[in-house]
Each structure stands twice: as structure tokens, then as C-alpha cells.
Design a protein around this ligand. Structure first.
Ligand SMILES: [Zn+2]
Length: 335
């Protein structure tokens, strides 16, 4: 990507686009990839096999750091929102919720997508991931927005403020949100010395389809969505407020086939960008089987907790940062 940015080498851009496609075709629902730190030969059913034959499913800090760097560069080069979608997925389901680095150098390393999984520290002290975890945290801010003269692209929904020079004026755009706990995002042009003509682009994730709602100063506006971004073009005044509401409905996603047999029955439960992980009892074994319609009717029972009714009692589901030291599974068998 540096060869493209510095020399304009489209050959290198195409190589990066192809590399990302290869990774995406064998990515888990979390956005993570590379069980046992290997890419898998397409057509050999190895992703499905990894759900039972390894606990080393995704090297979180190093993998997420590389993933956010590549998707940020591809987003900058192409302005295609699907790279932002992918970045967001890795951030919410892998990077955020990593166990904190310990003073003696023990670091979080692998996410575990086995049918019986647990979050643990690497046995090694100061591994590669002890270095990339702080780098990942340091980059969090620069993943949020892209800017060019006359245009701002909002990539991530996170409480933040963007300050930039537009001509002679210093502008400030403030973002407030509880996303992804809540699908509402408010953007307020809190400082603009005079009216400013500006294109504001908001990433609308692919899972939101055409159900995102955008209002400007309380009035609903039709938004043209192009390559995953809603385009709002107008003369803005200080105090103008944009609200984006993303539909946070539950849905199921099947394990990718990666060129092999489809595994439509091997699914994960999602809400917005977040995977909901099923909590398991330590004495359970094997894959967890649940009815699809019961999964899609999960009831929210806490700020970050959902409950699915099953014939044997309630089953708790939580996002990645809320798992703690409980046993969990990422994928289940839908029946
Ligand atoms: Zn590492």
C-alpha cells in the first residue's frame, strides 16, 4: 500500500485488494482469521475442522493490528465502506475485549473459536502480541475519520471529536454514541465560524441494508448510499446535528465455505457489528445445538446480555468483551 501511495503503483494496490479478498474468504464471523497462524488451502474444509481441532483460532493483537492497518489503507485508496465494515468487526469482536497486558509481560494472544472455548493468556512473556496490543490501541483514533478538502468520511462510530482546518476556518465535529450497545449516533458541527459547504459521508454497514435512518436537525433526509457510505452534501451551520440510526436486529451468519462444502448449519448469532457468544457450562462437551428461530428471538436481559430460551433452560449470550473467564462457543449448530 505504501508503494501505491508513494509511487501510484496500481499493481501493488491490486495485490493488496486480492490479499484482502483471500483473507476475507477464510475469515471467521469475528473478522479473525488464520487458525494456528496459517492461511488455509481453499476447498479442504479446514475452517470447520479448526472449530474442534485447535484452540489457537486467531492471533488477536498482531492479527488485528495488521487487519486495521490494511483496511485503513484500502479504505483511504478506494473509499469503499466494506473495508470499514471489516475493520469494525475485528475491533468489536477481537481487539476490544483482549485481556490487558500484564506487568510481567504475559499478553493475550489467541482468540479461541473452539466449540468449548476459554480466554487465556499466552504462556510466553513479552511475545509479539505484547508489542502490537499497545500499537493497536494507539491507532484507534486514526481509524475513525478520513478527510479531504470539502469532505469528511466517518468510518467508525465512537465517542470522539474531529478538529480540522477547512480553508481559513477551524471546524469541530463532535460524535456522541453508545454504539454498538445502541444503534444511534449523533454528529454535531460544534464549531464553524461561518456557513460551510461540505460533503459528509457516513459509513452504513452492509448488515444495515437500506434500513439506516438519517436525520438532519430532526428532519429525515434521503441519503444516497454509494459503496457503503451515505452522502450528505449541503451548506452546514454551526450547531447542525446529524443523527444516524442503524437497525440492531439479530441475525445469523454461517461459517464461510472457503471453496469447500457449505456449512449452513454452523452459525453465529450477531447483533449489529457484534457477535453474541454462547456461554457454556464447564461440564458440557461437543457443539451446542439450538433452534434458529429461538436464536433470532433472543431477549435482551441486561446492558450487554441476551438470553435464548431452550428446552433445557435459558442460554446466556454476551459480546466478546463481556465473556470474562467463562467457557463459551462462537459457532453453534442451528437445527
Ligand atoms: Zn502476536
Amino acid at each position: 500500500m505504501q508503494a501505491y501511495f508513494v509511487d501510484g503503483s496500481t499493481m501493488h494496490l491490486k495485490a493488496a485488494v486480492n490479499a484482502f479478498r483471500m483473507v476475507e474468504e477464510q475469515s471467521f464471523v469475528t473478522g479473525g482469521w488464520g487458525p494456528d497462524e496459517l492461511f488455509r488451502k481453499p476447498g479442504y474444509n479446514q475452517l470447520a475442522a479448526s472449530l474442534t481441532n485447535t484452540h489457537n483460532s486467531f492471533e488477536v493483537p498482531c492479527g488485528s493490528y495488521a487487519h486495521t492497518k490494511l483496511t485503513r489503507a484500502l479504505l483511504r485508496a478506494t473509499r469503499d465502506g466494506r473495508y470499514g465494515d471489516s475493520m469494525e468487526r475485528v475491533i468489536h469482536n477481537a481487539a476490544l475485549g483482549s485481556l490487558p497486558l500484564q506487568p510481567d509481560g504475559h499478553a493475550f494472544y489467541y482468540a479461541d473459536y473452539n466449540v468449548m472455548a476459554k480466554r487465556i493468556y499466552s504462556m510466553h512473556r513479552w511475545p509479539c502480541c505484547s508489542g502490537t496490543q499497545p500499537q493497536l490501541a494507539a491507532d484507534y483514533g486514526i481509524n475513525g475519520y478520513l478527510h479531504e478538502p470539502g469532505a469528511v468520511w466517518v468510518n467508525l462510530y465512537q465517542p470522539s471529536a474531529l478538529r480540522w482546518q477547512e480553508g481559513a476556518d477551524m471546524l469541530v465535529l463532535e460524535q456522541s454514541t453508545e454504539y454498538p450497545r445502541d444503534g444511534r449516533v449523533t454528529l454535531r458541527l460544534s464549531s464553524a465560524p461561518r456557513p460551510v459547504s461540505l460533503r459528509l459521508m457516513l459509513r452504513v454497514p452492509a448488515w444495515a441494508n437500506s434500513n439506516a435512518v438519517i436525520t438532519v436537525n430532526g428532519d429525515r433526509v434521503p441519503a444516497r448510499i454509494e459503496s457503503g457510505f451515505a452522502h450528505l452534501e449541503r451548506v452546514w451551520h454551526e450547531g447542525d446535528e446529524v443523527m444516524l440510526t442503524l437497525p440492531m436486529a439479530l441475525r445469523l451468519e454461517a461459517l464461510p465455505s472457503n471453496g469447500g462444502p457449505m456449512h449452513l448449519e454452523t452459525v453465529a448469532l450477531l447483533r449489529g457489528p457484534q457477535v453474541l457468544f454462547a456461554i457454556r457450562d464447564p461440564w458440557e462437551t461437543g457443539a451446542l445445538s439450538l433452534r434458529s428461530d429461538a436464536l433470532l428471538r433472543a431477549e435482551q436481559t441486561g446492558a450487554s446480555e441476551w438470553m435464548v430460551r431452550t428446552p433445557t433452560g435459558p442460554r446466556v449470550f454476551v459480546p466478546w468483551p463481556e465473556i470474562g473467564d467463562r467457557m463459551y462457543t462462537t459457532y453453534l449448530k442451528a437445527i
